[in-house]
Design a protein around this ligand. Sequence first.
Ligand SMILES: Cc1ncc(C[n+]2csc(CCOP(=O)(O)OP(=O)(O)O)c2C)c(N)n1
Ligand SMILES: [Mg+2]
Length: 359
Amino acid sequence: MIERFDPLKGERLRILDEAGEPRSDLDPGLPDTELRTLYERMARTRAADAKALKLQRQGRLGTYPPSRGHEACQVGLASAMGRDDWFFPYFRDLGMYITLGYPLADYYHLWMGNEAGLRTPDGLNIYPIAIPVGSQIPQAVGAGLAARYRKLPIAVVTTFGDGATSEGDFHEGLNFAGVFRTPNVFFCLNNQFAISVPRTRQTASATIAQKAVAYGFPGVQVDGNDVLAVFAASREALANARIGGGPTLIEAYTYRMGDHTTSDDAARYRSKEEVQEWERKDPLLRFRHYLGKKGLWDEAYEKSVQDEATAFVEDAVAEAEARPVATLEDIFAYTYAVTPPDLAAQLADLKAFAGEGRR
Ligand SMILES: Cc1ncc(C[n+]2csc(CCOP(=O)(O)OP(=O)(O)O)c2C)c(N)n1
Ligand SMILES: [Mg+2]
């Protein structure tokens, strides 16, 4: 299916239009229960994201990068992954974590400032979150190469934004992946902005997907607000990677509905009209229309989904807040076996500063 959409011709894979009407020749044919699961995962993600923003405003959680608008990308991709595949995340991936089964309490704990929340439980193949933009890409390629050497039939997924495609790590990673045909799926969430830098200032390429052509492997642009399109493209790219078919670049064309982080004010650099236009393309709304046409959605179902999502989120908040908060020592504890004198001095300064009640 991927090769039917040529990014150099401006073609974009879309299965559901904004009214939720499917293109029947491309519909991945998921059973009803799985369709509802996709919706429930997106609803959970939206509820968990909204809660994180409230917690931040109440001083109960630190700086947070909101995921609203990205639900179809995150849930569509993660739902197509297998238990043995690996995932190298970036910092705006809430729905990936929820879908892959990472405890939400851990995810909140991390953004509450305790790195213990970043310790992936046994059985989940998730690398720690990369905050330096693009640094996860060569790491994912390295893991892909290791899988090839070990003849493991797995795929290695990495996510990143449009901004990451200007980093050297992106070019080096994709070049290496093309040459060594590593089993990678490179998933770019093109949400039109890197903080305040618009996509048009990020690259002169007409699409991000077409960059794959230069590295010698397939690239496809998908409608990132269409969970079925994301799922179908991801499933195909993952299956291809697992059988030795090499890497794929997927560009999910979407929009960051919220601010870059809770420290940002996006109203400073984009218009209300633009945001409103994207509200109409809301990935949850579109999928709800689709489910409704299939007789899989009504008000009673919606209420049960929202109630379940609220309970899921509130349980996670209670669990995260019952855990110990990070100490000042924690900031220095995990890099060196023996703390060097300059860091010891910084810790002493910090303690004195905190002791003065000026935190
Ligand atoms: C190497 C590096 N440079 C700069 C930053 C500061 N920074 C954090 S997020 C960001 C923009 C990222 O934009 P994009 O890749 O499009 O992802 P998005 O935030 O839109 O999801 C920047 C410049 C950083 N974290 N790492
Ligand atoms: Mg971006």
